[in-house]
Design a protein around this ligand. Structure first.
Ligand code: ADP
Ligand code: MG
Length: 457
């Protein structure tokens, strides 16, 4: 096949896939040769090879074999940068029976595994605060793809705290700056799915080879494979093979490695070998920061809508556990306000978000507060509730009363009863005292804030 036919074919593909996709994916391809019914196509890197093979493999095969009936399948050759000097190429092939174009999956050897990325999940869109600054810094570091200094990077934290966001941000950054690296990002669930599929199709060799060929392996929500023995086993081998080759691995989970139940001990200990960082529960300041950044994004869609700053403060105060819920609330507010053409006020927010607000109502109990506060000040629970009025007990008691007032729906008399049957005026006095001290005494302010956070997380 000469270059003229190849460029003709490319023109035809341009029509089919559109200019954008064409210039991203098809234009960089080079035709190499035909050998034994295999058309060899050179791609700049593994990542592209994977992508093109998955998304355009059948289309290419169709067009190629239309012009040369000899062609049975396509092999993509990625020129690995590190190997350029030696003149070697890595071959990843995809074969597909072209009479089968419409049911392309049936004939394909290898699926390209990278999961789709959310385009909003970039470093630019990630708001950094105390609770996530370490995780952010570590993610930034691996995204530079310098020499591997910690392997794996293990990110963990509760639902909706930004693990997936950071993972995607790393991939985006790598794709931008290090096109030569082949990066795979997928959830542990997808890893298992591919593994099972490979077993079923008797393609385990391909599977192993494929997963050992990446420069960067990223597996999200690894807790998913806990208790799934053969998947764990395979993951363990893949993991070791890549670590041995000094390839970067990035893992996320909802808990620390040691805390994931039904995860094999040898995997736990390997996961702990690198850098383990957690995303802490958000603080009020971080939530407010995130909301402000999301408001900017919403403005692009709804330039006409105004939003009161106190609405953001209200949301940051009331929706505390999950950033996804916080974001969802804001999105809904904007959509609703635009529908009814009203500005977003506190009243509108309370109306429109009643369900969300109800479900994220704090469910802290007075007993919990007493326990936490006693622990914090190293006093016994019985002394907190008991009659003694020395400062060592009185101050923690007042802090606990104050927190009970602001974090529960209990009335002052109800709170008083739970503090050894004290009068409601005593509670009122305690609450007032702490309110004042928070302004004048930095230590009290800090204690209260810390306790409030830890009770609400
Ligand atoms: P996780 O994977 O930890 O459950 P995600 O990464 O899916 O959480 O985050 C949930 C949502 O919250 C996403 O839409 C994400 O963009 C957003 N989010 C979380 N943390 C931040 C942050 N620090 N800045 C901006 N958006 C954030
Ligand atoms: Mg996630």
């Amino acid at each position: 096949m000469d270059t003229k036919i190849w460029s003709e074919l490319q023109d035809e593909l341009r029509e089919t896939v559109g200019e954008n996709h064409f210039s991203n994916w098809i234009a960089p391809l080079q035709f190499s040769k035909i050998e034994d019914g295999v058309a060899f196509i050179v791609v700049p890197n593994n990542f592209m090879g994977n992508y093109v093979s998955q998304n355009y493999g059948d289309l290419l095969l169709y067009h190629l074999s239309k012009r040369n009936t000899e062609i049975q399948r396509i092999a993509f050759q990625a020129i690995a940068k590190s190997q350029l000097g030696k003149g070697t190429v890595e071959t990843r092939s995809k074969s597909s029976n072209f009479s089968n174009v419409t049911t392309a999956q049936n004939g394909s050897v290898l699926e390209v595994p990278s999961a789709p990325l959310d385009e909003r999940f970039t470093f630019e869109n990630f708001v950094v605060g105390k609770p996530n600054e370490l995780a952010h810094a570590a993610a930034k570091r691996v995204a530079e793809a310098g020499p591997v200094t910690f392997n794996p990077l293990f990110l963990y934290g509760g639902v909706g705290l930004g693990k997936t966001h950071l993972m995607h941000a790393i991939v985006w950054e790598l794709q931008k700056k290090r096109k030569d690296l082949s990066v795979i990002y997928l959830s542990a669930e997808q890893f298992m799915y591919r593994f099972v599929q490979a077993l079923r199709d008797r393609k385990m060799m391909d599977f192993k080879q494929l997963f050992r060929s990446f420069d960067v392996l990223m597996v999200d929500d690894v807790q998913f494979i806990a208790g799934k023995d053969s998947t764990q086993e395979e993951f363990f081998h893949t993991f070791n093979a890549l670590v041995d080759q000094n390839k970067q691995i990035i893992i996320s989970a909802d808990q620390a490695p040691g805390e994931i139940k039904d995860l094999e001990d040898r995997i736990k200990s390997r996961l702990q070998c690198g850098l383990v960082v957690d995303l802490h529960p958000t603080t009020y300041e971080l939530r407010l920061g995130i909301l402000q950044s999301k408001v900017e994004q919403q403005r692009h869609h709804y330039p006409e809508i105004e939003i009161d700053q106190n609405v953001l403060e209200f949301l940051a105060l009331r929706i505390t556990t999950n950033v996804r819920v916080l974001e969802g609330a804001l999105t809904r507010l904007f959509a609703f306000a635009s529908l009814v053409t009203r500005p977003i006020t506190l009243e509108l927010a309370q109306d429109c978000l009643a369900d969300i607000l109800r479900s994220s109502e704090r469910k802290v109990t007075v007993e919990e507060i007493q326990r936490k506060v006693a622990e914090h000040y190293h006093i016994r629970l019985s002394d907190m509730i008991g009659p003694r009025r020395v400062r060592t007990y009185a101050r923690p008691r007042q802090v606990a009363m104050y927190l009970s007032k602001i974090l529960t729906n209990r009335s002052l008399p109800e709170i008083g009863r739970r503090f050894g049957g004290r009068d409601h005026t005593t509670v009122m006095h305690g609450v007032k005292r702490i309110e004042d001290l928070q302004v004048t005494d930095g230590q009290v302010a800090e204690d209260v804030e810390m306790l409030r956070r830890s009770l609400q997380s």
